[in-house]
Write a new protein. Structure first.
Length: 185
């Protein structure tokens, strides 16, 4: 797993690699991934939960009890639930989103896919996602797993990140480039 260890690094990478190996042993990679995606969506939708996850003000016991209640309500249990509780217990909850991202990367590598992050101003339709996937597959020569994000600040267009490459085709960037060009004229 040398290539894997180079792909995910640091503390989030170590935790993700341990989780991935555990999920692989128990043949539950997809189920763990689904639970992690559900938890990630909960954190991203709730400012209060994001604050609790990121803030060092809350103690390990407070975070653990809050996370336990949230996981029970969201019906996230098993390996993923225990993993999230462990991060809270070890005072590593602030990095759980990075761990989830690293886990997704490991799953994609295991499937022979590459992960692409796509940021758009609005929610993409299934047809748009399919078109983006096929275009990226043609460009990189591998199957592509998309992680989509919505950021209304980009106004329109897309920002696509594949590995270390990024293509920023957002309306905001184009307007900023025009502004700079007009100042120079």
């Amino acid at each position: 797993m040398t290539a894997t260890q180079d792909t995910v690094s640091g503390m989030p990478g170590r935790y993700a690699l341990a989780l991935f190996e555990l999920a692989q042993e128990s043949k539950s990679i997809a189920g763990v991934g689904k639970d992690l995606d559900n938890f990630s969506a909960l954190v991203e939708k709730s400012d209060d939960l994001m604050r609790m996850v990121k803030s060092p003000v809350f103690g390990a016991d407070e975070q653990l009890s809050a996370i336990t209640a949230i996981l029970a309500k969201a019906k996230i249990s098993g390996i993923a639930g225990n993993f999230i509780k462990l991060t809270a217990q070890n005072r590593r909850l602030f990095a759980v989103l990075g761990m989830i991202k690293a886990y997704r990367t490991l799953v994609s590598l295991d499937k022979g896919e590459i992960t692409a992050e796509v940021t758009s101003a609005e929610k993409l339709s299934a047809k748009q996602i399919t078109k983006i996937k096929s275009s990226l597959k043609a460009a990189v020569g591998q199957d592509v797993q998309l992680v989509t994000t919505i950021d209304s600040d980009i106004l329109g267009g897309l920002i696509v990140k594949v590995g270390s490459r990024m293509v920023d085709n957002s309306l905001r960037t184009k307007l900023q480039s025009m502004k700079i060009a007009m100042k120079g004229a």
